[in-house]
Ligand binder design. Sequence first.
Ligand code: PEP
Length: 258
Amino acid sequence: MSAPTGAQRTALVLGNWKMNGDAASAEALLAGLVAGCHGLSGVAGVCPPYPYLGLAASRLAGTGVGWGAQDVSAFEDGAYTGEVSARMLADLGCTWTLVGHSERRTLFGDTDAEVARKAARALAAGLVPVVCVGETLAEREAGSTEAVLARQIDAVCPVLRDAGERCVLAYEPVWAIGTGLTASPAQAQAAHAFIRARLAAGGVAAAPRLSLLYGGSVKPSNAVELFGQPDVDGGLIGGASLVAADFLSICRAAAGRS
Ligand code: PEP
């Protein structure tokens, strides 16, 4: 049997709202998504801040747009003030949780080992971990992009081996996040192909079938070309996910990729 092509893998676009907005803006954004999400069932999801996950659940239930969290605790349960467990996220109907977003890694010190523990907690609670990896500008300029990706992926492979297709990887070059700079389609494709091969080499048998998302200043104007790459199955969207029309347009680009 030949390897799955991009069009045969699940297209997925997740919006990472980060720590933006308030209840009123979350309500308005969700209303915009609900109004415009026709035909996007299973393709689109949002990751609001924790306090608005319940709101997302109530507004998005039955629409085909899913929801997830931006992070999860590496601990199961107990005296961990300020943490949110994977089981709590599952209770809120989350499908996904991000783990290892570069802002968690750089601002909050999440290590590769901790990212792997978070992914394991997510899986154990029935959530799909979206494992974020990516190099800084200094690492790219030093020619160590693949070494960085390899280190980040190797740390999580033992956890993902038994997950089957219940995991997602997101390639997010740190230099492209929130900067307006975007990896070229060729750069994104090269990194995605490397990630897929590294996962397979690490014993993740489902690697050819996993959805690999690109993140880093994706906009309606560049989404079609990025998602047209054979190993780019969708996107993880920051800034543009805060504008319903832009986010929906990016989702449509993923849904229509060939
Ligand atoms: C992100 O933070 O995951 C992201 C990709 O942000 P932006 O789209 O704003 O670059």
